[in-house]
Structures are given as C-alpha cells and as structure tokens.
Design a protein around this ligand. Structure first.
Ligand code: SF4
Ligand code: SF4
Length: 496
C-alpha cells in the first residue's frame, strides 16, 4: 500500500467484524478453524458414544446432543444472529485439505446446480428420521455423522465449488432458508471498489500453490494508487457456494464461512447488522425458480408434518395406511404419508393459490404461475420459522440441561439426573409456541401483502386472499398439533 489512510469508508451500519476481539478472531486466517475445532471434537465424542455407549437414547451423547440440543439451539441462533452453525460446521473442516488433494477441478453437473437435490435430501432426512427412529438409535445417528463427513469430503475433492453445502446438505439447506430472517448479512462496504477490483478474490480466492504478486491500479479520489496483491499457499479459497459479495441480496446459500472476508485484498467486506428478514420484502432477492420457491414452501409444510409424526393422529394415519389401506410395509406407508404432506401438498396448494390469485385479479394473468409462486414464496419463511421454533424449542426446553448428566456418564461419573432434569414449565413453553406461530403468521401476512400490492396494485387484497387463507390454515393446523400430547424423543416421557 502506498497510502496510510483507509481507502474506503465502511457503511454506517454496524459491522460485526469490527467488534474488538470477536471481529479480529473471525477475520483471522485461522478464525473459522477456531470455531470448527470444538464442534469437530464434539462430533468425535458423539461418534465414540454412539458406537460404544449406552443404547438408551436419553443417556447417549449421540442422540441427546443432536436431536434435543443442537436443533433447538440452531433455530434460536438463526433467528437471533444468523447462520452460526454453518460458520462452525465441522463437516467442512477438511475443505482445504480436499481442495489441495483435488486435481480434477470439475464443476458440479449443471443439471444438479439447483435446489432439487436439497429438497430431496431434506425429504430423505425426515423420512429416515421417522422410519429408522434415528432419535432412538445412537449407533444409527453416529453412522449419519460418518456419512456427513464422507459426503462433504468427497464432494469437495471431486468438484471445484462446495457442492455439498450448496446443493446437497439438508442441515445447511435448512439453515440457508431460515437465515433469511436473520438480523445480519454479509455485504460489501463500498460497491465502487468492487467495480474496479481486478481479481474478484472474494469469489475466486487468494489461494495459489505458488506465490504470485500482482500490482493493481486502484482508483481513488483524485487519481489512482497502486496496491500489491499477493496470492499464495497462505491465501484463502474463494466463496465455496459461489456467491459474489457485491451482488449478494440474500443470506440464502451463505455459510458465513467468511472466506470472502479473508480473501478480499481491499478489506471491503463486512458482516453487517440489518433489519431482520429484509430480503423477504424485496422483489428479486431470490431467483424466480421453481426449485427455490418450492424449497421454501415445502420446508414450512415439513415443519408441520414433522410435528404431526409425533402426535397421536400421526400414528393413527400410519395405522390407517397400514391396516385399512393395506400398505403393509411401514417404510412405504411413511413414504406415502410424507410424500403427500411434504411434497404433494406444498405443490398443489401453492399452485392452487397462484391460480386463484390469477383468477381474482385483473392483471394476474400477466404473471406466470412460476412468477406468482416465486413472489409469494418468501412469505412462507416467517411462518415456517415459527413452526420449527415451536417444535425444536419445545424438545430443547423440556430437557435443557440433561446434556450435563449425559456428559457426566460419558466420562465415567454418576449422572446427576435429579438436579439437571428440570423442565421449563409447560405453560411457558406453550405460550412461546403460540407467540412463535401467531407472530410468524403475522409477519408472513405482511410479506404476502407487500407481494400482492407489488403484483396486483389496487387488486392486491384479492390477490392476497388465497395466500392468506393458506397461511392461516397452516398456522391453525400447527397450533392444533402443538396443543396435543407429543412424544418426547431423546427423553423418556410424553408431554401434554
Ligand atoms: S468484495 Fe473485495 S474481492 Fe470481491 S469484488 Fe469487491 S473488492 Fe474485489
Ligand atoms: S465466502 Fe460465500 S458463503 Fe462464505 S461468508 Fe462469504 S458469501 Fe458467505
């Protein structure tokens, strides 16, 4: 650098990477490793207990930690801060190693560069969870963890980008969708700097097997300055999910790995505080594609069906399919039940609502069904987040401290179950669930209303009607389900 003063003025918004200690650690070359290491150690402990520990799921780390605590904390973190769990994800710990071993440089097949695989992955995950009773099997849960490590490493090895994170991982896909309500986002400080940036290192990376030095002319007020840009073995890989920081309009696909921050030679990227869910009100924040829209809508439906599988009527439907309809195999009966609830219903209801909006408004036909569904899809995020929060926080708050006696037993001590089995009172949990569902619904309606006004102008109310009814119905069904006695998985009792 030939100049002492900072070249670029950051936005006025609060940049979390400027916070004194945390910001410095996060920006540091090994910052992500610092976060991933404890999670990697935790994953190894889960594997050990899963394969060698007690078979009682309520006393095994491999079942209690992921199915009770991880899920509850994930949804809370997503709503309060952002995609922190992808940021610290241990499955991508081997990314740099895989990239250095990789020789092919092959891109993920074009036909798979969309969210269909991710929708399939989520469907498969929820199906396996029910069919194999993953929550009740420490060993099977441990195998799922092994499969995650292998799949992540292999896909990183074979393909140039982080195909596993972007196109496959069910956990990451869940996080991507609900990080869109988060109050933080990666963004550039000054877009004009990006316009003249030569290497676009945020997406291309600053890693090279051998050191290279480039001199860039950087325009500043009153002329240009020259800046030395170094690429080399100590550099950082570019954005694995192929997001280009200056054009980012959404948290979708952002793992918060901060590689872009470390790679940008102009220190032009920040992690900014923003209005929660800002992108959900913006037309064009997401691509208007069927796969993206249906992912968001289906995930809200999956929230309902996942809870439905744990209450009495869910078991009644399964029995009915097996004994009255004659589908003998439990796996097939579950496939039918989840196929209808998680795939068919989202497709049919969203197409139905889009078609009704077209019929009820004068200019509705000027938008295709795909464009209409895409415009209203963001409205399913807050309600979906409310449904998942109501579900996962319930499991978590019923036994928030039981992880302590489980750890005590894992290290060979006697578990102090008497002290650490206390639950948050049921009425408080019920109140939180209702607030999450009604609050999520209210937020969804506001987003849907804005979309309807944007599309149909004066006819906005008519265009909104089908979507508002669908969202209302989903909320009422969810309230009904969460009001029923629910099977407590990972603990040993039923709660009403
Ligand atoms: S964010 Fe940094 S690396 Fe990316 S285009 Fe802008 S200045 Fe270049
Ligand atoms: S490199 Fe990509 S995924 Fe990672 S924080 Fe930056 S934009 Fe997000």
């Amino acid at each position: 650098m030939t100049q002492q003063e900072p070249l670029y003025r950051p936005r006025s918004a609060f940049n979390l990477l400027q916070t004194p200690l945390i910001g410095r650690v996060l920006r540091w070359r090994w910052g992500r490793l610092v976060l991933q290491t404890p999670f990697f150690v935790a994953a190894v402990l889960l594997l050990i207990d899963g394969f060698t520990g007690p078979t009682n799921p309520a006393r095994n780390l491999a079942t209690v930690a992921p199915w009770v605590h991880y899920r509850g904390l994930v949804i809370i973190a997503l709503l309060l801060a952002g995609n922190l769990f992808c940021m610290a994800c241990p499955f991508t710990l081997t990314r740099t190693l895989a990239k250095r071993l990789s020789r092919s440089g092959r891109r993920f097949p074009r036909v798979l560069r969309n969210k269909w695989l991710a929708i399939g992955g989520l469907f498969l995950m929820f199906f396996l969870y029910e069919w194999l009773d993953l929550w009740a099997s420490p060993a099977l849960t441990a195998w799922v963890i092994v499969a995650y490590f292998l799949a992540s490493f292999l896909l990183e090895l074979i393909f140039t980008q982080s195909a596993f994170c972007k196109y496959v991982c069910p956990l990451g896909t869940f996080n991507f969708v609900y990080a869109t309500v988060a109050p933080t986002q990666i963004a550039v400080k000054d877009a004009t700097v990006c316009a003249t940036c030569v290497g676009k290192e945020c997406v291309n990376g600053s890693y090279a097997p051998r050191m290279t030095i480039r001199i860039d002319d950087i325009p500043v007020a009153g002329g240009t300055i020259q800046k030395e840009i170094v690429h080399g073995p100590k550099g950082t890989l570019g954005c694995g999910t192929e997001l280009f920081a200056p054009q980012m309009s959404s948290n979708l696909d952002c793992t918060l790995c901060l590689d872009c921050v470390r790679a940008c030679p102009h220190e032009n990227i920040g992690w900014f505080v923003r209005q929660p869910g800002r992108e959900l009100n913006r037309a064009g924040a997401w691509l208007q594609r069927w796969d993206v829209s249906l992912l968001v809508i289906a995930l809200a439906f999956m929230g309902i069906s996942n809870a439905f599988g744990m209450v009495g009527p869910g078991y009644d439907v399964l029995n009915w399919l097996q004994h009255d309809i004659g589908i003998q195999s439990e796996a097939l009966a579950l496939l039918v039940m989840f196929g209808v609830a998680n795939l068919l219903l989202p497709v049919v209801t969203s197409l139905g609502a889009a078609f009704a909006s077209q019929l009820l408004t004068k200019n509705g036909r000027q938008y295709s069904l795909r464009q209409t569904v895409a415009a209203f899809a963001p409205a399913f995020v807050p309600l979906g987040a409310g449904i998942w929060f109501a579900h996962y926080s319930f499991h978590f708050l019923i036994a928030p401290l039981t992880i302590i006696p489980v750890i005590q037993e894992f290290v060979g001590q006697r578990g102090d179950w008497t002290h650490f089995s206390a639950a948050v009172p049921a009425d408080i949990i019920a109140l939180m669930q209702v607030i999450a569902l009604v609050g999520g619904f209210g937020w969804s309606i506001v987003i849907a209303q804005k979309a309807a006004l944007r599309l149909y102008k004066r006819d906005g109310l008519f265009g909104l009607l089908p979507w508002a009814l669908l969202l209302l119905l989903m909320m009422l069904v969810a309230i009904q389900i969460f009001g029923m006695p629910m099977e407590m998985r990972g603990t040993d009792f039923m709660v009403s």
